[in-house]
Design a binder for this molecule. Structure first.
Ligand SMILES: Cc1cc2nc3c(=O)[nH]c(=O)nc-3n(C[C@H](O)[C@H](O)[C@H](O)COP(=O)(O)OP(=O)(O)OC[C@H]3O[C@@H](n4cnc5c(N)ncnc54)[C@H](O)[C@@H]3O)c2cc1C
Length: 494
């Protein structure tokens, strides 16, 4: 087994010092990793950094996780997936005898994290990185609340291949302006992960057991309006299976036609299916990229297109949310787009639907209704249909602000991968032309790129997609009814 001194240090460019301890002597207190966006043990630069620091200073290390009572309206679908993933992570810690205790707190992180740091006399708090405003506000507040001069706070970008602040120092205009900047840094950042070195020192106190089943039952009850998905198994191991599993892994069995099939909503298996795992950090994008590169000699085009989505487009979304404070409102659009949208805000619409009509898929467009039903029941709409879906909302609401708010509301409520920079940017791209260019001016859309039913018909078998959604929705409803029945008979037996 290697020792801590042989660990390659985490690239210093990945780490931002949010607070520097004023004490100069060797830190004596433990290291705490506040896990938020990167919920995994493997391939996690934030955890690697936390353990490395602890071993350097001969102090113990722990993981802290804060379960918020409410996080941006997440429901059973998203919270169930997250907690089941964490339950597996917790059990992996126990069964592999990893000397890193996992503490779970409930409530507000701005209270639980500083109070835990105080209680254990920590020297260093390590956090992972998210560009979302709530998370950045919590970190600012935690920096202010941690008065102890001997505590440092480090933020590690464990989510992006090239850390967001390294890739670019400014808001990028589009893929074409960030691509070269990211590619230039890949040789430095797209490197193999070291194995996680066991901490040298044991945590001094024992931890209390976590009643995962009770926690999961609570979130399922409170968020029952949007139930869990049966097809998407949570956890690190499941994420790796989706990437490289022998049975149905993306790189092992489905990659070949990615560049053509990824635009065909009738071929959902043509996509990787990785977004739930990437969103909850149950898999690292860097691991996906490293594995994809191993098969580039066999499928060069498919791998290049996949890496464009996985690295360039995904990290462009983080760039937008990091540098644009209005990443989810019309104010965040470029001037040309805002102007054209406002010029056409009062154009007459052929149909105007209420939120309820849209949510219930009650429009005159069967293709749109199918994508909305796929969203509500299946929880992951095909990438191509997400664009059509959002653009139609612009066409059918009273103005761009309402359209944007509604699309984000529906996206985040039902998508398993919702509340993600990709989602905010996806809606902003579709409705506000972010990362896009101006197109021929037309009613309602102005110069924003337009999509319509006839265009979809030319691209793929629209009726086939509608029939496919009908089938999967039928299956979801049948399963839900069966679950209800099982629950009722279980209650009766009790
Ligand atoms: C209106 C709209 C809403 C969207 N909402 C979300 C969302 O809530 N969460 C989310 O993760 N993605 C969202 N996307 C982006 C994209 O559609 C999904 O990431 C993709 O469909 C996920 O499926 P996959 O992992 O099987 O895709 P694959 O094609 O296999 O892509 C692999 C990975 O590359 C990244 N990627 C792919 N397409 C894009 C893109 N256009 N922009 C940025 N990154 C991309 C994702 O991380 C994805 O998981 C949205 C797009 C639009 C137009």
């Amino acid at each position: 087994m290697s020792t801590s001194s042989t660990i390659p240090a985490v690239h210093p460019g990945r780490i931002r010092v949010l607070k520097q301890a004023s004490v100069q002597s060797k830190p004596m207190g433990p290291v705490v990793y506040w896990m938020f966006r990167d919920q995994r043990l493997k391939d996690n630069w934030a955890l690697i950094h936390a353990v490395h620091q602890a071993n350097q200073w001969d102090v113990p290390v722990a993981i802290a996780f804060n379960l918020f009572h409410q996080f941006k309206g997440a429901k059973a679908r998203q919270l169930g997936f997250m907690l089941r993933g964490l339950k597996k992570l917790y059990s992996d810690i126990q069964s592999n005898f990893i000397n890193i205790p996992f503490f779970l707190f409930q409530g507000e992180a701005v209270e639980s994290i500083p109070s835990f740091l105080k209680e254990c006399g920590a020297s260093l708090l390590v956090t992972d990185f998210s560009p979302l405003r709530e998370v950045r506000q919590w970190k600012e507040e935690i920096c202010q609340r941690v008065h102890e001069s001997e505590v440092s706070i480090h933020e590690v970008d464990a989510h992006n291949v090239v850390p967001v602040w390294v890739a670019s120092e400014k808001l990028e205009y589009g893929a074409r302006t960030i691509r070269g900047k990211i590619n230039k840094k890949l040789s430095e950042y797209l490197v193999d992960f070291p194995n996680l070195i066991p901490p040298k020192l044991k945590w001094p106190t024992s931890t209390t057991d976590i009643d995962w089943d009770n926690l999961i039952a609570n979130v399922l009850r409170e968020g029952a309006e949007v139930p869990e998905l049966e097809w998407c198994e949570p956890g690190e191991q499941a994420g790796l299976e989706v990437l490289i599993g022998n049975k149905n892994g993306f790189l092992t069995t489905r990659l070949k036609n990615y560049s053509s099939d990824r635009n065909n909503p009738l071929k959902p298996k043509g996509l990787s299916g990785l977004s739930p795992y990437l969103h909850f950090g149950q898999i690292s994008a860097q691991r996906c990229a490293l594995e994809a590169r191993k098969v580039r000699n066999i499928y060069p085009q498919a791998v290049d297109v996949f890496l464009e989505e996985l690295i360039v487009r995904r990290e462009l979304a983080d760039n937008f949310c990091f540098y644009q404070p209005h990443y989810d409102s019309l104010q965040g659009a470029w001037d040309w787009a805002r102007k054209t949208l406002m010029d056409h805000a009062s154009d007459k619409r052929e149909h105007v639907y209420t939120r309820e009509q849209l949510e219930k898929a009650q429009t005159a467009d069967p293709l749109w209704n199918a994508s909305q039903l796929e969203l509500v029941h299946y929880g992951k709409v095909h990438g191509f249909m997400r664009m059509y879906w959002a653009k139609k909302i612009l066409e059918w609401t009273c103005g761009p602000e309402e359209a944007l708010a509604l699309s984000i509301y529906l996206n985040d409520k039902y998508h398993i991968d919702g509340r993600d920079p990709n989602g905010y940017v996806g809606c902003m791209w579709s409705i506000c032309g972010v990362h896009d260019q101006g197109w021929r001016e037309r009613s309602v859309f102005g110069k924003i790129r337009y999509m319509n039913y006839a265009g979809c018909k030319r691209k793929f078998d629209v009726d086939g997609y509608i029939a496919y959604v009908k089938r999967i929705v039928g299956e979801c409803k049948k399963r839900k009814a069966q679950d209800l029945l099982n629950n009722k008979s279980k209650q009766l037996r009790c």
